[in-house]
Design a protein around this ligand. Structure first.
Ligand SMILES: [Zn+2]
Length: 294
């Protein structure tokens, strides 16, 4: 970059100008008449000017200057939006395949429960699933496993799968590799203590991941599993049972992975259990069957 301080002399032939521009910009100015060397700013940079050049060059400089900043701003905004979109999309991940739907056209569904185990819901939920003969995947948090190891053991004994959903449900987007690794291994060991040998599945808290988490999952041979159907109604502690059922069943399709929460502090846990039952029965009426992950 060349910096020049210049003033206009006046009568149309001799000019000294002020501006900030690159040597190449000046030298590339074509169609400029009567070029004169007016100043040498540095040993490398010769500034060429003429009668017409001031406006031409100044125009170019201004244009180039703003174009550059405009381009840079647009690029940063676009990059930010793209990264945000990728982070927020449960089916996207950086550098690892994320399973958000089974690759099948058969009427099969996977039922998953997050953020547990929970003493007020999970035991009743296990009884319900046993009655309906459905096997589910429980994406559990390590701190809840420490609180309710007995319930965790029961989940495994009933034939369901325990899967890693981080130790205490902190977002893993901007965590270091070391932090994620420690969190993952701690939760894995608690799952093993509950009686499950292998822990192949991982669901990131909030379903969001960025560069480091996929790197760690790849290193430990984990499969990232998110979801196809996540009814918004389930995030209200005053759960509207009908709404949860209708929002879920209207999205049913072959291979869908359904996300529900047994670790959510619902004011009416019975409403949640009834909603789960209604979802299962409605799905079966439409010939869907519930399968587990392989
Ligand atoms: Zn969660």
């Amino acid at each position: 970059m060349v910096y020049i301080v210049v003033k206009m002399n006046g009568n149309g032939r001799t000019f000294i100008f002020g501006g900030t521009f690159k040597r190449k910009t000046v030298e590339k100015c074509k169609g400029c008449r009567s070029l004169q060397v007016l100043n040498t700013v540095s040993t490398k940079s010769k500034i060429l000017l003429s009668n017409n050049l001031f406006f031409t060059i100044n125009g170019l400089i201004l244009k180039k200057k703003y174009t550059k900043w405009l381009f840079l701003t647009c690029f940063i905004i676009a990059l930010t939006l793209y990264i945000r979109y990728r982070i927020n999309d449960p089916c996207q991940s950086f550098g690892i395949t994320c399973l958000c739907k089974l690759d099948t056209q058969s009427p099969e569904l996977v039922l998953t429960f997050d953020d547990g185990p929970d003493s007020s819901i999970t035991p009743s939920l296990l009884l319900l699933l046993e009655k309906l003969e459905v096997q589910a995947i429980f994406f559990v948090n390590g701190n809840k496993l420490e609180l309710y190891p007995e319930i965790a053991r029961r989940i495994v004994e009933k034939g369901h799968i325990l899967a890693n959903h981080s130790y205490q449900h902190e977002a893993m987007i901007f965590r270091t590799v070391r932090y994620i690794e420690k969190d993952l291994l701690k939760t894995d060991s608690l799952i093993r203590l509950a009686g499950q040998k292998d822990v192949p599945y991982y669901r990131p808290p909030y379903g969001k991941s960025f560069i480091n988490l996929p790197r760690v999952l790849k290193k430990y041979g984990k499969k990232m599993v998110n979801w196809t159907i996540a009814a918004p109604a389930q995030y209200d502690i005053k759960l509207d049972k009908q709404q949860l059922v209708s929002e879920t069943v209207k999205q049913l399709k072959p291979g869908a992975i359904i996300l529900l929460h047994d670790g959510y502090p619902y004011q009416n846990r019975q409403a949640f259990l009834e909603a789960v039952e209604a979802i299962i029965l409605h799905s079966r009426k439409r010939n869907f069957e519930f399968i587990s992950l392989k």
